[in-house]
Design a protein around this ligand. Structure first.
Ligand SMILES: Cc1ncc(COP(=O)(O)O)c(C=O)c1O
Length: 501
């Protein structure tokens, strides 16, 4: 009987929820229709009968039926009554109704994206590469600036931004880049994005078509690889050597549309791109009418001497799009970064940024602009640089002697002149994944270099972060890391050092 089904359902619906009666009746009738208890074109009892059978007021019944009518479940025929809509396919179970488990079916692209390396599962510990230590961030000052800008906010500041970001912040970024990175840039060329990931996506969407080739460094920054995969680009992995990305003539046979590089401090090997390579890359881009995407993620943290000059600073032909992030100097949850585009591209990029991303957060951008204008940013940078240099030194002091004695690994440290991580390169027969697991069992989280490789099989080693943990913690754990690497090398799990020549 319909009324029995409805009463049971109404009881079930209200078990967790204090819903009004008309809403409970609505839910019960909807389930009756979708589960097939009421069939298409079946006539419903009259309002009066329903009210009587369910002991509800007619008002309650009418409200529920009207809602179902408005949503297309029921239709009324004048003088004849209310019917289940004829076009309703039977038995589309509602969520929660018993139904066979559905296999997760992602798109091929979704499957590839989620099958590849994910940093989301990484535990953050003293040597996890990537994260920075934000404990010294001047949080009180930051709160005061934010409060000030929220107080000064006018309605337009709450809207989406059509101009590519808050003008004072774009000016502050342009000044910073002119002074510190040798990039001759005007505020009009700067777009404020929600970080490098968004900058990369914008470039991929606006400058390349589905299936176009993007050259990426091998080993590579996984965030960039994923952005390009998600944009449907065809990746060509170009090996990195001591001078940065090293394309051969054979590589040029698959002409790139985009070339993604981290020239100041290759992630994750730490190689600094030589001047010769920089010019060669600019030549290649010119020849193939390709764009170079320069990800300058950590050059603010060079420990001795001035920062390495940017590739954009050498570019005379507007071939380079330059991107930076506030994630490392300030904090990643801030979700702000910037993209510098050639003047001719700026209007189209602003337009597309608006249409695709609806950028906003103007009061936050205003606070950051003042933070930069007042010199706090450069001070925060200097403090962070000193701290990371100290942490790096402590780690190096522990590692160097141990690596000298762990001859089986043929290990050497690379890329330790700047940034938040260094790379311990090892012989190509070392199973770095096994070494990483061995260290993880001892509570030491690092990443195997092979996990960053796209095609090559000869790049082995460990990527070790020192930027995350306070120096005391680095000092405590660095000897443990060194001892564990030595123990591994001296044969504890000998099977993991494979195929020694
Ligand atoms: C090579 C590289 N680029 C960029 C970033 C920062 O990206 P985002 O601004 O999206 O936080 C990172 C962070 O780890 C990185 O390693």
């Amino acid at each position: 009987m319909l009324s029995e089904f409805l009463l049971t359902e109404m009881g079930r619906v209200s078990a967790n929820d204090e819903l009004p009666l008309h809403r409970r009746l609505y839910e019960a009738l909807r389930r009756a229709i979708l589960d097939g208890h009421l069939r298409p074109e079946e006539k419903l009892p009259s309002n009066r009968d329903l009210a009587h059978d369910l002991k509800l007021s007619r008002n309650t019944v009418v409200t529920a039926l009207n809602q179902l009518g408005a949503e297309g479940y029921l239709s009324s025929r004048v003088g004849s009554g209310t019917y289940v809509h004829e076009g309703l396919a039977r038995a589309k179970p509602l969520p929660g109704a018993a139904q066979p488990a559905r296999e997760v079916s992602l798109s091929r692209r979704g499957q590839a994206l989620t099958d590849s390396f994910s940093a989301a599962q990484l535990e953050v510990q003293p040597f996890t590469p990537g994260p920075a230590d934000f404990s010294a961030f001047p949080i009180g000052l930051w709160q005061r600036l934010q409060n000030k800008h929220w107080r000064m906010t006018y309605p337009e500041m709450l809207d989406y931004s059509t101009s590519g970001g808050h003008a004072p912040l774009r000016r502050a970024v342009a000044n910073h880049l002119r002074l510190l990175r040798g990039v001759a840039v005007t505020a009009d060329q700067v777009l404020i994005t929600n970080g490098t990931q968004q900058s990369l996506e914008l470039c991929a969407h606006l400058l390349a078509d589905h299936g176009d080739t993007v050259w990426v460094e091998d080993p590579a920054y996984w965030g960039a690889v994923k952005a390009f995969m998600a944009s449907g680009l065809s990746l060509r992995a170009i090996p990195v050597d001591g001078e940065g990305i090293a394309p051969t003539e054979a590589d040029e046979s698959q002409a790139p549309r985009l070339i993604y590089v981290t020239p100041s401090h290759q992630y994750p090997t730490g190689a600094i791109m030589s001047l010769v390579r920089r010019h060669r890359l600019l030549d290649i881009a010119r020849t193939h009418r390709a764009w170079i995407l320069e990800d300058d993620y950590d050059s603010d943290f060079r420990f001795s001497g001035p920062p390495i000059s940017s590739l954009a600073g050498l570019d005379r032909d507007a071939l380079v799009l330059y991107m930076g992030s506030f994630s490392k100097v300030l904090y990643p949850g801030l979700k702000l970064g910037y993209l510098v585009v050639p003047t001719s591209l700026a209007p189209k990029f602003r337009q597309a940024h608006y249409d695709l991303n609806r950028p906003g957060q103007m009061p936050l951008q205003a606070a950051l602009a003042e933070f930069m204008e007042m010199g706090h940013f450069v001070r925060a940078l200097r403090t962070a640089r000193h701290r990371y240099a100290h942490q790096r030194d402590v780690l190096l002091r522990a590692l160097q002697p141990c690596l000298g004695s762990a001859t089986a690994l043929n290990a050497r440290i690379e890329g330790a002149e700047q940034g938040l991580s260094l790379c311990i390169r090892m012989a190509k027969y070392v199973d770095d994944a096994a070494l990483t697991r061995y260290l993880a069992q001892r509570g030491l989280t690092v990443r195997p270099l092979s996990a960053y490789c796209l095609q090559r099989t000869d790049a082995r080693g460990l990527v070790v972060g020192y930027g995350y943990a306070p120096v005391q913690s680095v000092a405590r754990h660095a000897p443990e890391l060194a001892a564990a690497i030595t123990a591994f090398a001296s044969g504890a799990p000998t099977q993991a050092i494979k195929r020694r020549p």
